[in-house]
Design a protein around this ligand. Structure first.
Ligand SMILES: Cc1cc2nc3c(=O)[nH]c(=O)nc-3n(C[C@H](O)[C@H](O)[C@H](O)COP(=O)(O)OP(=O)(O)OC[C@H]3O[C@@H](n4cnc5c(N)ncnc54)[C@H](O)[C@@H]3O)c2cc1C
Length: 415
C-alpha cells in the first residue's frame, strides 16, 4: 500500500491542509497530540473565534509586516478570507462582521467552527489519530522517510508540518516543530512574544485588577522614542496589563527588549488635545471651583482610576471642589494625555496569542509551501516566522498557507 501523506498537528493549518490534500486524492494521516482538533480554534477570540478579517486580500495583507505579507500573498489569493467563510457558512455557520472588520460566528462560539471543520475532515476520509505526539521527523540525506511516534515508526515521503508556535503550551503547542525543523536543516528565527499580556509593577499605581480602560491610546517608549502605539481597550490584571491595546504593541516591545524594557504610557482622552483638555478644566475651575472636574474625568475615563489621576496631580479629595491651582490643572492634563505606567517587567510569551519567529521564510517556497531544505517536507501556519496583529489575521494566514501546503503535497504524492 502506498505510504500516507502525513500531516502533523490538527490546528487551523493542519485541518485545511489535510482536507485539501485528501480531496485532491491523497491518502492522509493527520497526527494530533491532543484529544481533539482545533484546540486553539476553541480558545480563539475568547472562545468566540475571530475567523478572519473582512476586505479585499490586499488590504488584509497590509496588516502584516512586509516580508510576511510578501510570503503569504500567493496563498492568501489562492485561498481567501471569503473561501474559508464559504466553507463554514455552506455548512450552517452564520457569521457577522464587526465595525472594525473582524469576522465572528453569530452565535459567538468557536465550537461550531471546529465542529463544522471536523465534518469536512470526515467527508474527505482523513484518518485522524488523536493523542499521537510525534517525536521526530526522519529525513536522512535531506529526504523525508518517516515520522516517529515514540516507539512507532510511520513510513512516509510527504509530511506537512503544522505544529504551530509555542505559546499556550497547554493547548498542545510546545514548539516541537521548531526542534525537528532545525534538526533537519532549517533555520529558526528566534522566538519572541507577540500579541501577549505584560507584567508591569503596578504597586505604585494602586489600580485594582479588572479595571478596564476604553478607547485609549497605549504607547510604548524606548529611549524616549515611541516604538509602538495602539488605540482601543485594555485591562489591568493582578500583575500587569492585557487587552487588545497591549497585545497590539507587544511584538515591538519584544523586538526592542535587548535595548531596554519599554516604558508604557496612556493617552486617556485621544479625541481631545492637551490645550482642549486644559481649557475645559480651567473653565470648570473658574465657573464653580472644581465641582465639574471629577465628573468630567469620570465621564472621559474610568471611575476606578480617578483617585490615582487626582493623586498624581496632588489634588486631594477635599480640594477638588475648592481651590485648584493652575499647576495642578497642568499636571492633571499632562496625566490625562500621557499617564505613565512605568517599564514593562516581562512580556508573557506563554500566554500570547501567537509568537513571532519560527522557521525562516527564506527557506520555504511561498507558492507551494515546499521546504527548500528537505524533499517531501511542507511547512505552513504559525510554525513559520509569521505573526499578524489581532483581528483574524493569524487564522487567515493559517487557513491559506495550510490550503496551499495540502494542495502541493497532494500533487507531489500523486506523481
Ligand atoms: C488565546 C488565543 C486566542 C486567539 N484568538 C485568535 C483569533 O480570534 N483570531 C485569529 O486569527 N487568531 C487567533 N489566535 C491565533 C491563532 O489561534 C493561531 O495563529 C492559529 O491557531 C495557528 O494555527 P496553526 O494550525 O498553525 O497552529 P495551532 O493552532 O497551534 O495548531 C498546532 C497543532 O499541532 C499540534 N501539535 C503540536 N506538537 C505536536 C506533536 N509533537 N505531535 C502532534 N501534534 C502536535 C497541537 O496540539 C495543535 O493542535 C489566538 C491564539 C490564542 C492562543
Amino acid at each position: 500500500m502506498k505510504r500516507p501523506l502525513v500531516v502533523i498537528g490538527a490546528g487551523a493549518t493542519g485541518i485545511i491542509a489535510s482536507y485539501k490534500a485528501a480531496m485532491d486524492g491523497a491518502t492522509v494521516l493527520l497526527l494530533e497530540k491532543t484529544d481533539r482538533i482545533g484546540t486553539k480554534i476553541l480558545i480563539s477570540g475568547g472562545g468566540k473565534c475571530n475567523i478572519t478579517h473582512d476586505g479585499p486580500i490586499n488590504s488584509v495583507l497590509k496588516a502584516f509586516r512586509k516580508n510576511e505579507a510578501d510570503f503569504i500573498r500567493p496563498s492568501c489569493f489562492r485561498f481567501t478570507n471569503q473561501d474559508i467563510l464559504n466553507m463554514l457558512t455552506e455548512r450552517g455557520l452564520n457569521v457577522y462582521t464587526r465595525e472594525d472588520g473582524r469576522i465572528f460566528p453569530v452565535d459567538q462560539t468557536a465550537k461550531d467552527v471546529a465542529r463544522i471543520l471536523h465534518t469536512y475532515l470526515q467527508d474527505a476520509n482523513v484518518h485522524i489519530k488523536f493523542e499521537a505526539p510525534v517525536t521526530e521527523i526522519l529525513a536522512p540525506g535531506g529526504k523525508v522517510e518517516a515520522v516517529r511516534l515514540g516507539d512507532e515508526t510511520i513510513p512516509t515521503n510527504h509530511v506537512i508540518l503544522c505544529t504551530g508556535g509555542s505559546s499556550f503550551p497547554k493547548s498542545g503547542t510546545t514548539g516541537d516543530g521548531y526542534v525537528w525543523a532545525k534538526s533537519i536543516g532549517h533555520t529558526i528565527v528566534p522566538i519572541l512574544a507577540a500579541l501577549a499580556p505584560v507584567d508591569l509593577p503596578l504597586q505604585n499605581l494602586q489600580i485594582k485588577a479588572g479595571v478596564p480602560l476604553r478607547d485609549i491610546i497605549l504607547k510604548a517608549r524606548v529611549q524616549n522614542k515611541v516604538i509602538a502605539q495602539w488605540r482601543g481597550d485594555m485591562l489591568f490584571t493582578h500583575t500587569g496589563l492585557t487587552g487588545p491595546c497591549v497585545l497590539g504593541i507587544t511584538r515591538e516591545i519584544s523586538d526592542h527588549w535587548q535595548t531596554e524594557p519599554a516604558k508604557l504610557e496612556v493617552d486617556l482622552i485621544p479625541d481631545l488635545n492637551f490645550e482642549q483638555i486644559q481649557t475645559r478644566l480651567t473653565q470648570f475651575k473658574n465657573e464653580r471651583p472644581g465641582s465639574q472636574i471629577r465628573p468630567f474625568i469620570e465621564q472621559k475615563t474610568t471611575r476606578g482610576i480617578v483617585p490615582r489621576l487626582l493623586a498624581t496631580a496632588e489634588i486631594g479629595e477635599e480640594d477638588i471642589n475648592q481651590h485648584i491651582t493652575k499647576k495642578q490643572i497642568n499636571i492633571l492634563t499632562q496625566t490625562l494625555k500621557a499617564w505613565q505606567l512605568g517599564p514593562v517587567k516581562e512580556v508573557l510569551l506563554d500566554r500570547g496569542e501567537v509568537v513571532a519567529g519560527g522557521v525562516d521564510l527564506d527557506e520555504v517556497d511561498p507558492h507551494t509551501m515546499r521546504s527548500h531544505k528537505v524533499q517531501g517536507l511542507y511547512l505552513a501556519g504559525e510554525v513559520l516566522d509569521i505573526a499578524g496583529p489581532v483581528g483574524g489575521y493569524n487564522l487567515q494566514a493559517a487557513w491559506s498557507t495550510g490550503f496551499v501546503a495540502g494542495e502541493t503535497a497532494a500533487a507531489d504524492w500523486l506523481t
